[in-house]
Design a protein around this ligand. Structure first.
Ligand code: GH3
Ligand code: MG
Ligand code: MG
Length: 385
C-alpha cells in the first residue's frame, strides 16, 4: 500500500508546481498549459525544460504562443511518434505472419515435389492395376493437400493486403494530423518549415520566383482581453478561413499564436501583393460577429516588441442582441521574394518579418514589401482610428 501513497504524494507535488506556475504567470488553466507545466515539474523531458527555462530567462514569462510551441514540439509531437510507432509495430507483425506463412508454403511445396518424385519412381516400376490405383490415390491426396495449403495462403495474403492497406491509410491520417494545426485546420509550423525548404530548392532549380508572406492579426491580444480566449480562437479561425481562400495559388500556414505565413510558388512579390491586397480587404470587410459580452477585467499585457496599439478592438456597430457584436478584424502583411534575396530560409523569413514589422509601424492593416520604401506600401481601404 505504501507504493500508491508515495505515488500520490509525488504526483501531487508535480501538480502543485504546475498550478503554481500557471498562477504566478497568470496563464489560462487550460489542460494544454497544465500538461506543459506538469511535464516541466516532472523533469522527464529535459528538452522541454530547457526551452521553457530559456524563454523564462529571456522574457520572464511564456506567452500563449510560447506554450503552444512547447506543447507542439515536445508533447504532441511525441504523441504522433507514438502513434507512428504503433502503426509500425502492426506492419512488422503483419510482415512476420506473412513470412511465417511463406516459410510453411515453401516447406509444403518441397514435400509436394518429393511426393511427386516418389510417385514418378513408383509409376516406372508398377505393373498391375492395384499398384497404379494406389499411386493415383496418393497423387490425388497430395494434390488436395497442396490445393488446401494454397487456398489458406491465398486467404492469408488477401487478409494481409487489406490490413496493410488499412495501416497505410492510418499512417496517412497520422501524418496529416502531425502537419495540421488543430485549431484552424491550416498547415502547421512543421509543415511550413518543410514546405519552405522544398519551395526554395524547387525555385532555385527552376529559376522561378518564390514569395513568402508573413501576416499577423492586428491588436489580437485585445480580442482575448476584451471578449475572452474563446472569442480570440474564433477570430483566429475566421482569419484562417480567409487565408485558406487566398487567390493566386498561395498555400497558407499557421506558424504560431496569431501569426500566419503564405507561400506563393512561382510568383514575384509584386504579383503576390495584388492577391494580398484582396486578402487584406476581405478580412477588413468580413462581418465577424462575436457572441460573448466584453469581459469586465483585462489581464496584464505581456512585454511586446511591436508598435503601440489601441486599448480595445473596434466595434463596427452597436450590439444587436445585447450579447452580440460585430468586431472589426484587420491584418498586417509583409512579403519578401526569394529571388531578390539569398535563397535561404532564414534570410527570407527575416526579410518578410521585417516587412511585417514595417506594416505594423506604418499603422497596421496594410501590405509591405521587403526592401520597399514606406511610400510604396499599399494603402488600407480606410484608416483605423
Ligand atoms: P499587434 O497588432 O502588434 O500584432 O498586437 P497583438 O495584440 O496582435 O500582438 P501580441 O503579440 O501582443 O498578442 C498576441 C496574442 O495572441 C497574445 C496571446 O495571448 C494570443 N494568442 C496566442 N495564441 C493564441 C491562441 O491559440 N488562442 C488565443 N485565443 N489567443 C492566442
Ligand atoms: Mg498581432
Ligand atoms: Mg504576433
Amino acid at each position: 500500500m505504501s507504493e500508491p501513497a508515495g505515488e500520490h504524494e509525488r504526483t501531487m507535488a508535480f501538480a502543485e508546481i504546475a498550478f503554481g506556475q500557471i498562477k504566478a504567470l497568470h496563464q489560462p488553466a487550460t489542460p494544454r498549459n497544465y500538461e506543459v507545466w506538469y511535464t516541466y515539474a516532472t523533469g522527464y523531458n529535459p528538452s522541454l525544460n530547457q526551452m521553457v527555462n530559456e524563454t523564462l530567462a529571456k522574457n520572464g514569462t511564456l506567452t500563449d504562443a510560447d506554450l503552444e510551441q512547447v506543447y507542439t514540439t515536445y508533447i504532441s509531437a511525441t504523441r504522433f511518434s507514438d502513434k507512428i510507432d504503433s502503426v509500425g509495430t502492426r506492419v512488422m507483425d503483419e510482415i512476420n505472419q506473412v513470412m511465417a506463412m511463406m516459410d510453411a508454403a515453401v516447406g509444403s511445396a518441397s514435400s509436394y515435389t518429393e511426393s511427386l518424385t516418389d510417385v514418378t519412381d513408383k509409376l516406372g516400376s508398377s505393373k498391375d492395376r492395384e499398384g497404379l490405383r494406389a499411386i493415383v490415390e496418393s497423387l490425388v491426396a497430395t494434390a488436395n493437400e497442396m490445393k488446401q495449403n494454397n487456398h489458406a495462403l491465398e486467404q492469408r495474403l488477401h487478409a494481409s493486403k487489406e490490413e496493410i492497406n488499412q495501416l497505410q491509410e492510418n499512417l496517412e491520417v497520422v501524418r496529416t494530423e502531425s502537419l495540421t494545426d488543430p485549431l484552424t485546420s491550416l498547415s502547421n509550423r512543421k509543415h511550413f518549415d518543410e514546405s519552405l525548404a522544398q519551395a526554395i530548392a524547387e525555385s532555385a532549380e527552376r529559376s522561378e520566383p518564390l514569395s513568402l508572406v508573413m501576416t499577423d492579426i492586428d491588436h489580437f491580444k485585445n480580442f482575448n482581453d476584451t471578449y475572452g480566449h474563446e472569442t480570440g480562437d474564433q477570430v483566429l479561425r475566421m482569419v484562417a478561413s480567409q487565408l485558406g481562400r487566398v487567390t493566386g495559388g498561395g498555400q497558407a500556414f499557421r506558424i504560431g499564436g496569431e501569426e500566419f505565413c503564405i507561400l506563393f510558388r512561382g510568383k514575384t512579390a509584386t504579383v503576390t501583393r495584388e492577391h494580398l491586397e484582396l486578402l487584406r480587404q476581405s478580412v477588413e470587410t468580413s462581418d465577424f460577429r462575436v457572441r460573448a459580452a466584453p469581459q469586465q477585467t483585462a489581464p496584464a499585457s505581456p512585454e511586446r516588441r511591436r508598435p503601440p496599439r489601441r486599448k480595445t478592438p473596434r466595434l463596427k456597430r452597436p450590439s444587436v442582441s445585447g450579447l452580440s457584436h460585430d468586431v472589426h478584424v484587420t491584418i498586417s502583411i509583409g512579403v519578401a521574394e526569394a529571388t531578390l534575396l539569398a535563397r535561404e530560409a532564414d534570410a527570407i523569413v527575416r526579410a518578410a518579418d521585417k516587412a511585417l514589422y514595417r506594416a505594423k509601424q506604418s499603422g497596421r492593416n496594410r501590405v509591405e514589401l521587403a526592401g520597399t520604401p514606406r511610400s510604396r506600401s499599399s494603402r488600407p481601404g480606410r484608416q483605423i482610428a
